[in-house]
Design a protein around this ligand. Structure first.
Ligand code: GSH
Length: 343
């Protein structure tokens, strides 16, 4: 091959690599509809302390709620342009499928069958959880393996019951499930002694314990019997919308990696770090590439802060839930949180 031909070819490849692909308008259907409506509709729980619950003024607060606010901020520049629709365990997927909500942000575990049979797509894991069991302290039970024959309060339509069956079968033990329709009933039944134990995601056990009259009356047993990667969910088939969800979550993680906080984000606009500049819209056109303002990431951080701020505000050690970061720590600190590069 002649040198000039080679040069032309390489220049062509380089140009092709750098060319930004702009998606056809129809691929942005959800974003267009949300922009036209002027607000995001986010499906959340309403009964889950730390994740999604109304405060004394009726304003929704919590970790899952902040994921919704982050998306609203990415789209509209304000974390308040969001309506929260209360969903429960049984309706959560239907309201998303039917288009009543734009995104579901609600302690929902990504599993193979949910991902591949419901016409839905999961975003990045926002909270790495696992199923645990909680018992009244007075029962003096030290391990889940001591629960042979126990009555266990659970919710239907969750991953919980299948995990319990697997765990007890594997350990050659039996249990009796006492099934309730919703968290309130489940919690009350457990608090009033109708079951020997209750079992759900460990984060949810912390949330249940946090609202007990005397949290110290209950202990969470040491075993974690499953993987429960909790992730927000969108409808399948709108890749632009899924990108907005994905990169909203990645912004929270990357902002923590880079030390960008709600407080210092304005100073960070002067950062000399090229990646910070691209994230915050100081250079490049990253917002435009996904149909948003170039300040989309700046707006997310200005509105809810970085991942650590979102976590500590609702779930951290200074909250009634008192959770440590555990696997929900940055990969650089031994955890599983990792953002692809803003490049
Ligand atoms: N992560 C599991 C368990 C979810 C779960 O049990 N969630 C409870 C705790 S928030 C809940 O949604 N309760 C509210 C309700 O009763 O609908 C799943 O996705 O199936």
């Amino acid at each position: 091959m002649k040198r000039t031909t080679m040069k032309v070819l390489l220049a062509g490849i380089a140009a092709a690599c750098l060319t930004t692909f702009s998606a056809p308008a129809s691929a942005q259907a959800t974003l267009d509809a949300v922009k036209k409506r002027g607000k995001l509709i986010c499906g959340v729980s309403q009964v889950s302390a730390g994740f999604a619950f109304p405060d004394s003024k009726g304003v929704m607060q919590g970790f899952d709620v902040d994921i919704c606010r982050a998306m609203a901020a990415a789209i509209f520049g304000s974390g308040d342009k969001v309506e929260f629709l209360a969903t429960n365990i049984n309706t959560r997927f239907q309201v998303l499928q039917s288009g009543e909500i734009d995104v579901l942000s609600r302690q929902t575990t990504q599993t193979f069958s949910r991902d591949n049979s419901l016409g839905l797509d999961f975003g990045p894991t926002v909270f790495y959880d696992g199923q645990g069991m909680m018992v009244p302290k007075k029962l003096n039970i030290a391990s889940a393996k001591d629960l042979d024959g126990a009555a266990i309060c659970v919710l239907p339509g969750t991953t919980t019951l299948q995990n319990l069956s697997d765990f007890f079968r594997t350990n050659n033990k039996k249990f009796e499930s006492v099934v309730f329709e919703n968290t309130d009933e489940n919690r009350n039944a457990f608090f009033t002694g109708r079951c020997d134990a209750t079992s759900t995601d460990r984060s949810d056990l912390a949330s249940i314990r946090a609202v007990a009259n005397n949290p110290a009356d209950y202990v969470v047993l040491p075993e974690t019997i499953s993987k429960e990667p909790l992730a927000p969910v969108v409808r399948q088939g709108d890749s632009n919308w899924r990108d907005i969800l994905n990169w909203t979550v990645y912004t929270l993680i990357a902002a923590e990696e880079k030390g960008i906080t709600k407080e210092n984000v304005d100073q960070q606009l002067k950062s000399e770090d090229p990646e910070v500049q691209r994230m915050l819209g100081v250079s490049g056109d990253f917002g435009k590439m996904i149909g948003l303002d170039n300040k989309w990431s700046y707006n997310i951080i200005k509105s809810v802060g970085n991942y650590s701020e979102v976590f500590e505000r609702s779930l951290g050690e200074k909250t009634p839930l008192g959770l440590t970061r555990g696997p929900n720590q940055l990969w650089t600190k031994g955890g599983l949180l990792y953002s692809p590069p803003f490049r």
